[in-house]
Design a binder for this molecule. Sequence first.
Ligand SMILES: [Fe+2]
Length: 264
Amino acid sequence: MGKTTHYKAKIPDRDGIIHYTQEENATWKLLIKRQLKLIENRACDEFLTGLDQLNLPVHYIPQLSDIDATLNSTTGWKTERVPALINFDRFFALLADKKFPVATFIRSREELDYIQEPDIFHEIFGHCPLLTDPDFARFTENYGKLAMGASSEERKYLARLYWFTVEFGLLDTPAGLRIYGGGILSSKQEVIYATESEQPLKAAFNCLEVLRTPYRIDVLQAIYFKITSMGDLSKISQSNLLELVAQAKALGAYPSLYPEKKTG
Ligand SMILES: [Fe+2]
């Protein structure tokens, strides 16, 4: 949710169908084929199960109604078609209502490897598979409800919780480190960096630590937090998060691990 974008979400025709161009469908194909290879043995099982259930097309961009059929039958979620940029109030209200916002545009070839705005590839490939998982789905819904009623100051802290879970979360499993964050799973570079590089810190998930840790949206992450099961997310959303936010505020944020720019 950057502040400006040159991308425009596409509008469906009167039958509710969005017509993507050949070029747009070809971009989807390039992205999904590349990413399906990269996430082998790196994505968590819950994500891969969801991916199987969604059965995403490789040759063309799916219609949101196809995604909704699977989400609805697994966790009662659906997608919501939104413009390229929406404000935080709308974003949180949608999550609270079990609707995942998807802007119906795809990145240009020039931005194939990295795009700041969340496009349809990031939203569908990165996030929708895990929305079939009950723990993840409940966490996301509860997060939306909490953030909706939070002050703008509290939201700054809560944004870090979303960032280090839904977007950049890692999972420790008996088979090794696995990814569940959609920001990683939809990124060519970060899938390998997050799991195999020695460079970033990988800390055990601690909610207070997460709330105090600044992040940057435009570079590879300097730190990731590892949960031990999807059930941890349910526990987190049942804890008194606003009390933890108050503690984080009192203790202050940790110094940024990045050069000065756009920390969250
Ligand atoms: Fe995202």
